[in-house]
Ligand binder design. Sequence first.
Ligand SMILES: Nc1ncnc2c1ncn2[C@@H]1O[C@H](COP(=O)(O)OP(=O)(O)O)[C@@H](O)[C@H]1O
Ligand SMILES: [Mg+2]
Length: 333
Amino acid sequence: MSEPMEIDSTKNKGLTWTEKYRPKTLDDIAHQEEVVTMLKGALKGRDLPHLLFYGPPGTGKTSTALAFCHQLFNKNIFHDRVLDLNASDERGISVVRQKVQAFSKKTLGSSKEDVLKLKIIILDEVDAMTREAQSAMRRVIEDYSKTTRFILICNYVSRLIPPVVSRCAKFRFKSLPREIQLQRLRSICEAESFLMRKGELELVMKYSEGDLRRAVCMLQSLAPILKNENITSRDCYLNGSSDETLISNVCDSISVSDVPQIIEITKSITKSCSGVSFIRRCFQKMLDDDIINDENIAIMGKLVATCEKRILDGCDLENNLLDFLLTLRETLH
Ligand SMILES: Nc1ncnc2c1ncn2[C@@H]1O[C@H](COP(=O)(O)OP(=O)(O)O)[C@@H](O)[C@H]1O
Ligand SMILES: [Mg+2]
């Protein structure tokens, strides 16, 4: 039986709760049995292939990679053996050349406790890398396979070049069931000594849309309010998804706005929230409110998907939002 997640709210003050309550060991990772079993095998010395973790945000991909590396390498050798490049780093070809290649070339120091004589490179959000950088990475993967393993992490496999994908064992991270999310959120509330009712936790889960990281962030920002009073959906909007009011306003006013007004709306949206989620949720609201006809649902659904792909591929957010809103206005006329 695994030990319960180590929870001590007095430790690590000042960390965000996502970091503070990040699973420390593979046993703390919920609901991703397949990958956990494989990694436990590697901890016992079984072969470790290059890995590709993919799936929705907030399902444990980064946590799993980090927990595994911490269990594999003790503190003294961790930094010699693990290179962790995350989303905030530059993703162009120069990074692959400089950091990744330099690290791959380093010779391994020996350590008695070494289970796997390997170095590990964790590349988070590889789907944001340019194709050029991915090709460069593919060559590094080939050249240094003897001593280096890659753990690539992304949301969408479709954005990776096939030769990279084919070199990795793929693990899809499953969305976390509500019960598991509830359990994690409850244990955090307990550790932070504040009480949340089931209905309130349900609200947090609703607005975090299955993304446990978002839910944990929301919990952290709600904590000061919660210590005094019950939360309402409004607090959830305010703290986690402030775009909700904006979405309602846009849906209500779009059909009577002229083009200059829509350009202004677009600018204010790009300043205040993530365009991709805005577009998707705006579309959802129109479906919920039953304000577009079947034919236009098909048109708008296709446009939502197109805009989302373009934005994630790096196209201009403002132009895509504008395209979405102008088309939406036409369909409502
Ligand atoms: N499978 C999981 N088991 C336990 N905690 C999880 C899991 N998935 C997400 N979490 C929680 O959500 C936070 C974010 O998880 P993370 O590993 O960064 O997700 P991802 O990399 O898939 O976006 C973690 O700090 C942890 O508290
Ligand atoms: Mg991650």
